[in-house]
Design a protein around this ligand. Structure first.
Ligand SMILES: Cc1cc2nc3c(=O)[nH]c(=O)nc-3n(C[C@H](O)[C@H](O)[C@H](O)COP(=O)(O)OP(=O)(O)OC[C@H]3O[C@@H](n4cnc5c(N)ncnc54)[C@H](O)[C@@H]3O)c2cc1C
Length: 407
């Protein structure tokens, strides 16, 4: 029962313990930093930290990250003798000198896994210990399950039964960084003003979701911190929020971990979904739109255009509208493959919380992943269908449109 895993075991007389901070840009409840501190003290090693700038396709995201991590270097200096910040690609040669042991946050997506694989190769070749620490999920992915799970139903109990094993906290809140303070403020705001009404969170005209996803993405806050803050509150909505934060989020990590082709149209979803798409691939599409139509808000659908405004101008889309948004891209594309590629491209470029397992999983979900077959209809076949009548029936959707028109 541990977040720590030794990937390369070596023996050398070097005296540096070097922690690669690649996913967990925080101090409080940073399990990797905690393990690296404990290990370096036990072995009498000097602790160094290397901050690896995140992979981003959009400068707005990098600016957000840089703004919030301005003081991280300084705060880490309380724990580490040396802190350096580096950009990708990484030149490992400079980082191997005198190193006894490496620590790295566990990573999941290809652009980070490539760095991890390089580090592993260098550790073997240079006889350096390598430890990975699972810092950004509640229950380590391989502890929760040893296979790709079919749906939330199949993984729910495997995760919830392990929460007590992994809910302990480490390090201190005294040295909160700018990013941690901001993430904590967002959490406080959610707890004080939104949790009581979270049963209405699907309504895009109301702002009742937590907005924590960008902070979780960069590891500015741990899901454990959020859970411990919420678990003792007397609220009927607690469970549904924790279902999203822990079960749904960690199902996404399970997906990308056990399915290395998570971003490949031909491998991301189920046979029933491929079969139904294959039967409907020649169905007539009434509208075909391009990326330029989408990002210039030029479709016939005011709800979709409003969602695109939220995406392009604010870097997010309300959670319910993300489903509608992706379903419409499926409906208005020449092929399912093109729809999948474009949805991922927009998702990962525009969302502040893009380039995460949740994004790949959310898009795959629209193609049947973790979902079930529904009543057959044109273009979608048995994939779940969404239309604007649903939005009008359930919500004050024009209020959402008005809000987005006034950004
Ligand atoms: C097509 C599509 C694309 C998506 N792309 C992304 C993405 O790029 N990045 C991203 O973080 N999420 C994505 N999601 C999942 C979800 O929509 C967002 O996590 C959520 O809208 C973030 O807002 P919030 O933090 O206010 O959510 P809240 O409702 O406050 O939920 C709290 C946390 O739970 C997690 N969560 C909530 N819903 C889901 C879900 N369905 N799957 C997995 N985790 C969830 C998130 O970490 C979120 O921050 C996508 C969903 C769909 C259908």
């Amino acid at each position: 029962m541990s977040r720590l895993n030794c990937t390369v075991s070596a023996s050398n007389d070097n005296n540096i313990c070097l922690y690669f901070m690649i996913k967990t840009f925080r101090i409080y409840n940073n399990y990797s930093l905690d393990e690296a501190i404990k290990y370096s003290r036990k072995k009498g090693l000097s602790l160094h930290v290397v901050l690896i700038e995140p992979y981003e396709e959009n400068k707005r995201n990098l600016d957000f990250f840089n703004r919030l991590t301005e003081d991280l270097h300084e705060k880490l200096s309380i724990y580490a003798e040396k802190v350096v910040r580096i950009k990708r690609p990484i030149d490992f040669n400079k980082l191997l000198v005198n190193v006894n042991s490496f620590f790295i946050d566990k990573t999941y997506l290809r652009f980070d896994l490539n760095i991890y694989e390089d580090l592993k190769r260098n550790s073997y070749n240079s006889n350096i210990n390598l430890f990975t620490v699972e810092s950004n999920v509640f229950v380590p992915v391989v502890e929760a399950s040893n296979k790709e799970e079919y749906s939330a139903r199949t993984i729910r109990n495997k995760i919830s039964s392990r929460l007590d094993d992994y809910k302990s906290e480490v390090l201190t809140k005294e040295d909160f960084t700018i990013a941690e303070k901001k993430a904590f403020d967002v959490l406080e705001d959610f707890v004080s003003n939104k949790l009581e009404k979270y049963d209405l969170h699907n309504d895009p005209s109301l702002d009742l979701t937590s907005l924590l996803s960008p902070y979780l993405k960069y590891g500015f806050i741990s899901p454990v911190t959020i859970y411990n803050k919420i678990i003792d509150i007397d609220s009927e909505n607690k469970e549904s929020f924790l279902e999203e934060l822990i079960v749904r989020r960690e199902l996404a990590y399970n997906f990308v971990y056990f399915n290395s082709r998570y971003d490949n149209f031909s491998y991301m979803t189920y046979d029933w979904a491929y079969n139904t798409m294959s039967r409907h691939k020649m169905d007539k599409r009434e509208y075909i739109y391009t990326k330029e139509d989408y990002i210039n808000f030029r479709t016939h659908d005011p709800y979709f255009n409003a969602a695109m405004k939220e995406m392009v101008l604010l870097g997010r889309i309300h959670s319910y509208m993300r489903m509608y948004w992706c379903k419409k891209i499926i409906e208005w594309s020449e092929s399912y493959e093109k729809a999948f590629e474009l949805a991922l491209e927009l998702n990962n470029y525009f969302f502040l919380d893009g380039l995460t397992p949740n994004g790949y999983c959310g898009v795959a979900w629209c193609f049947g992943k973790h979902d079930r077959a529904w009543t057959e209809r044109a273009i979608f076949g048995k994939l779940r269908y969404m239309n604007d009548n649903g939005l009008k029936r359930k919500f004050d959707i024009d209020k959402y449109v008005e809000k987005m028109n006034n950004i």
